[in-house]
Design a binder for this molecule. Structure first.
Ligand SMILES: Cc1cc2nc3c(=O)[nH]c(=O)nc-3n(C[C@H](O)[C@H](O)[C@H](O)COP(=O)(O)O)c2cc1C
Length: 161
C-alpha cells in the first residue's frame, strides 16, 4: 500500500541537502526557481539531474530551451532561495539579483558557490515531476561556503575538527 503524502513529506524532511537555483533560457525568456532535487549522475560523461515540477514555469522554459544551469547557493544567499521559491514575483525574480550570461546563454547568478551549465540529454516524466538529465558544458567555481536546507530551515556548515 502506498504511504500517505504527509508521511512521505515528513520522512523527506530528514534529508539534508544543499540549495540551488535552476535557471534556464528559451529565446529571450530567462527564468529560474529554487530546487533542492539535484544530484550528480556520472563523471564520464559529466552528467547531473534536477527534478522539476511540471506545473512550474521553469519546467516549461527548460523543455523549450533545452538548457539549464544549476546555481549552487552560497551560505549568504538564503534570501535568493526565498525569492526564487516565491510565486509572487515569478516574472521579475531575475531583476532582483545580479547575473551574467553563461556560454549556453543561461543566467549564472553572481556569488553562487558553484554553477554548472548543462544541455538536456534526457527528460524522464515521473509522477508530478520531470527528471531532467543534463550534460555539463561549463563549470563556474568559488571557495565560498554552502547554504544547507534541513527540516524546513536553512543551515550553515559547522566546522568540526
Ligand atoms: C528549499 C526549496 C526547495 C525546492 N525544491 C524544488 C525542486 O527540487 N523541484 C521543484 O520543482 N520545486 C522545488 N521547490 C519549489 C519551487 O521553487 C517553487 O514552486 C517555485 O515557485 C516555482 O517557480 P516557477 O513556477 O516560476 O518556475 C523548492 C522550494 C524550496 C523553498
Amino acid at each position: 500500500m502506498p504511504v500517505d503524502q504527509e508521511a512521505f513529506k515528513q520522512a523527506l524532511r530528514g534529508w539534508a541537502s544543499g540549495v540551488t537555483v535552476v535557471t534556464s533560457r528559451s529565446g529571450n525568456t530567462v527564468h529560474g526557481m529554487t530546487v533542492s532535487a539535484f544530484s550528480s549522475v556520472s563523471a564520464d560523461p559529466p552528467l547531473v539531474l534536477v527534478c522539476a515540477n511540471r506545473s512550474s514555469t521553469t519546467h516549461r522554459v527548460i523543455e523549450q530551451g533545452g538548457v539549464f544551469a544549476v546555481n549552487i547557493l552560497a551560505a549568504h544567499q538564503r534570501e535568493i532561495s526565498n525569492l526564487f521559491a516565491s510565486p509572487n514575483n515569478e516574472d521579475t525574480r531575475l531583476d532582483h539579483v545580479t547575473w551574467t550570461e553563461g556560454v549556453t546563454g543561461v543566467p549564472i547568478l553572481d556569488e553562487a558557490l558553484v554553477a554548472l551549465e548543462c544541455t538536456v540529454t534526457k527528460a524522464h516524466r515521473e509522477g508530478s515531476h520531470t527528471i531532467y538529465v543534463g550534460r555539463v558544458e561549463a563549470v563556474h567555481t568559488s571557495d565560498r561556503e554552502p547554504l544547507l536546507y534541513y527540516k524546513g530551515c536553512y543551515r550553515s556548515l559547522l566546522c568540526e575538527e
